[in-house]
Design a protein around this ligand. Structure first.
Ligand SMILES: [Zn+2]
Ligand SMILES: [Zn+2]
Length: 288
């Protein structure tokens, strides 16, 4: 395969996945079930304006296109024997070490994504860079890639750098990249979906990040926010000017007062939309 062919395949895969999944959510929910938004939408009364929707589609597509072109060149570099820790033949290491490498790559990059995202929530970086992503306070799947190009490049670099040091089978690498992108699209869908995988928080977790700003920084795993105290808590005040990830105490309450985590696991009867997307099902939310 020539470099041009690798770039072509990467563009088709990247944009195909972005437009395909986000477009399917638009058709299945935002068009066909718009009148019944209370049954499926995290924020039933809030939708992006047509102008904001167009803007995020252009921004997200440009980011995805640039990343796909870069990925195509990188694949061509790998295929022509370029230096990296990626291997193609499963017989080079045991199956167990291939699985271990994949899990380790996923955990390391997810932890790094959590910290990078959290750092982008520091006041200066937020005001000049990350706020482009947070303009979309009622996100849909197209929002997933709509951000400042510098921020997008940061996340891409986090996914790329371990590839040079961590022995990783090419199948594991592709699986984690596709899974990460898929979860990013689902997390931004604005649809109240619950994953079958216990480590992945429901979509309201990241939807709340867009509503309350400086809280719930995790990308795939909910565990980092619990570990580092940035999971949203009941009774705390959050907002665009409340930096730090831990909210502010309500009037009269002490900052040291213990507050339980918001429970995102709650499902309500009446909406079984398990066929909406592979790996997820949905629950109605009448409380938003
Ligand atoms: Zn953010
Ligand atoms: Zn987001």
């Amino acid at each position: 395969m020539t470099t041009l062919m690798y770039v072509g395949v990467a563009i088709a895969g990247g944009l195909g996945m972005y437009w395909g999944i986000a477009g399917a959510f638009q058709l299945i929910y935002y068009r066909a079930r718009r009148e019944r938004a209370a049954e499926w939408k995290c924020q039933p009364r809030r939708f992006l304006s047509p102008k904001m929707s167009r803007q995020q589609l252009i921004l997200g597509s440009c980011n995805m296109l640039a990343a796909s072109i870069a990925s195509g060149f990188f694949c061509s570099y790998l295929a022509s024997g370029g230096r990296s820790a990626v291997y193609f033949d499963l017989r080079e290491h045991s199956l167990l070490s291939a699985a271990f490498g994949t899990v380790l790559y996923f955990l390391l990059t997810d932890a790094a994504l959590y910290w990078a995202h959290r750092i982008y929530h520091r006041p200066l970086l937020f005001r000049y860079i990350h706020r482009y992503h947070h303009r979309y306070t009622a996100p849909n799947a197209f929002t997933a890639m709509a951000m400042h190009p510098l921020e997008f490049a940061t996340y891409q670099s986090i996914m790329l750098l371990p590839v040079f040091v961590l022995p990783l089978h090419v199948g594991g690498l592709v699986f984690v990249l596709v899974y990460q992108n898929y979860v990013a699209l689902v997390d931004h869908s604005g649809i109240d979906l619950h994953s079958w995988w216990p480590w992945q928080p429901p979509t309201r977790f990241h939807d709340d990040h867009h509503v309350h700003f400086h809280v719930n920084y995790g990308q795939n795993l909910g565990v980092w926010d619990r570990l580092f105290g940035t999971h949203r808590r009941e009774g705390r005040v959050y907002g665009v000017e409340v930096f730090g990830g831990k909210g502010a105490p309500r009037d009269g309450a002490s900052a040291a007062e213990p507050a339980p985590y918001v429970d995102y696991s709650r499902k309500k009867a009446g909406a079984t939309l398990a066929d909406a997307a592979p790996g997820v099902d949905a629950a109605a939310d009448q409380s938003s």
